[in-house]
Design a protein around this ligand. Structure first.
Ligand code: 5GP
Ligand code: MN
Ligand code: MN
Length: 315
């Protein structure tokens, strides 16, 4: 038996958490484990402590029970899809209060911050890794839907380099459980509100090309994006449109998440953007990384971000 199942067997009160601004992989992996435990282990108390994910993920069972508050009485804390303690936000305190903690993750920048750590950075997604720790016969359709969503999102619908034969085989084994996978991909990956689509158009209209067309970047200030949409999560995917421009090796999107605070997203075709994000105080994967930075966008770009991108492009 693996360490995750061994710790679950021993615990009575279990808290499941993941990173701030939960994405498809984080929401999928936390709710997959929630469903797996509640359906297969009698008399365990399980809570999912997580920032509220986008409503587009509300079809996953257990979504309505997600609570932002830490659960301080847990015997076991399971952290999914988070690379370091800071990424847990205010829920990081559970690392101190829980008797045991285990981190399941696939970020190359993972700091092994929990009591036990299962980190496999070659995995497409935390959902793929989590699947390998579970018993297939005990995976219900509810759990399968969650795992499939995470794999689809973090692999860019099976497109990123992190996708392997095993990723495909696992996705295949999951769809055997029987659910509408086309709808999951359409509704959560591709569809956009009309206003979010217009905002994407605005970013592309104002985007800039640098370094002989190898870098494309877009910036949105607070007043601009809030004039279009009510939820920052509706900007997911803008970065992929910048990365998809011919000739671009590194794409950058930054939006003002709060006055004077910018959320930076970096994507590459082959270069290492994880090192740039780490230098900015963030982290991530080789080809997809991010950070939060403070100051004025033009100065941050000129003095820090663009020089680092140039260095990576030249290296
Ligand atoms: P995104 O650009 O979609 O926000 O994030 C891309 C990848 O970088 C994700 O795997 C995410 O976990 C990671 N990432 C984004 N922002 C941060 C951050 O502030 N700190 C760390 N450690 N990782 C981040
Ligand atoms: Mn994630
Ligand atoms: Mn992930």
């Amino acid at each position: 038996m693996n360490k995750l199942l061994e710790l679950i067997e021993k615990a009575k009160n279990i808290a499941i958490t993941g990173h701030v601004s939960p994405d498809g992989d984080c929401t999928g992996s936390t709710l997959a484990l929630y469903n797996y435990i509640t359906e297969n282990f009698e008399d365990k108390q399980v809570r999912v402590c997580l920032e509220k994910p986008s409503m587009k993920f509300s079809y996953m069972k257990g979504f309505d029970l997600i609570s932002e508050d830490p659960f301080l009485e847990a015997d076991l804390l399971v952290s999914l899809d988070a690379s370091d303690r800071e990424r847990l936000g205010s829920r990081g305190v559970m690392l101190d209060t829980a008797k045991n903690s285990i981190c399941i993750d696939h970020h190359i920048t993972n700091t092994n911050f929990a009591g036990f750590n299962i980190v496999e950075d070659f995995r497409s997604s935390t959902c793929e890794l989590l699947y390998t720790l579970l018993d297939y016969e005990k995976i219900s359709v509810n759990t399968a839907v969650c795992l499939y969503t995470g794999i689809v999102h973090d692999s860019g619908v099976f497109k990123y380099q992190s996708t392997t034969r095993q990723t495909m085989e696992i996705a295949g084994a999951l769809i055997d459980k029987g659910f509408d996978f086309t709808k999951i991909i359409d509704d959560t990956y591709f569809k956009k509100d009309f206003n979010a689509a217009k905002l994407l158009g605005l970013v592309l209209t104002n985007a800039k090309l640098e370094f002989n067309g190898q870098c494309c970047y877009g910036v949105l200030d607070y007043d601009t994006w809030t004039g279009y949409i009510d939820d920052k999560k509706k900007m997911d995917g803008i970065i992929d449109n910048l990365r998809n421009i011919s000739g671009v090796e590194i794409a950058l999107f930054m939006y003002e998440s709060d006055k004077g605070e910018y959320k930076v997203s970096l994507r590459s075709i082959n270069k290492n953007v994880s090192s740039i994000a780490t230098a900015l105080g963030g982290g991530g994967h080789i080809r997809a990384a991010g950070a939060t930075v403070y100051g004025r966008a033009d100065e941050l770009l000129k003095n820090a971000i663009l020089p680092m991108i140039k260095k990576e492009l030249d290296g």
